[in-house]
Design a binder for this molecule. Sequence first.
Ligand SMILES: Cc1cc2nc3c(=O)[nH]c(=O)nc-3n(C[C@H](O)[C@H](O)[C@H](O)COP(=O)(O)O)c2cc1C
Length: 170
Amino acid sequence: MENYKEIDAKEIGGNLIKKIGDEWFLITSGDKSKFNTMTASWGGMGVFCGKNVAIFAIRPSRYTFEFAEKNPTLTLSFFSEDYRKALQICGSKSGRDCDKVKEAGLTAISTEAGNMTFKEASLVMECTKMYAQNLEEACFLDKEMVEKWFKNGDYHKLYICQIDKVWVRA
Ligand SMILES: Cc1cc2nc3c(=O)[nH]c(=O)nc-3n(C[C@H](O)[C@H](O)[C@H](O)COP(=O)(O)O)c2cc1C
């Protein structure tokens, strides 16, 4: 990871609730030969099973879902406000229909382990899937959330991933 400095997950600066919910991030899965990326704004970071973890949810209708299901590892990439438009593109177009990395003006790079991220990212996490489970209507204790988000039945799959490596732009 040229031009990046590896840091410990505990050294990640800033407010992660703001970073995730307001600034968004890209979930990228696959390798140089074939990968896909999409914008996400639901998720969290914390500790689970004694590991530092990232939690996020992907709807099975996303092209990225196919990659996330197939590959054991993936990256989460965070950007400065300058890339808001790029994240809007990656969150509104599907990799099934276009080369959205190109349309978003991002430059794909590979980690040493072969996962994909982007040269423009300010913070990158490389993760290994630990736990995954489909959200289910019956498990929602707050039924208003079902009404608000899942009326079409396209329930996300929730992933809890161990954070293996964290880089910030040097
Ligand atoms: C701000 C924002 C946040 C999003 N968050 C999520 C999310 O957490 N999970 C999800 O499945 N889709 C989310 N999406 C939608 C996907 O990014 C979008 O459907 C994307 O086009 C999927 O691309 P793909 O088909 O190439 O995977 C979000 C979109 C935007 C704009």
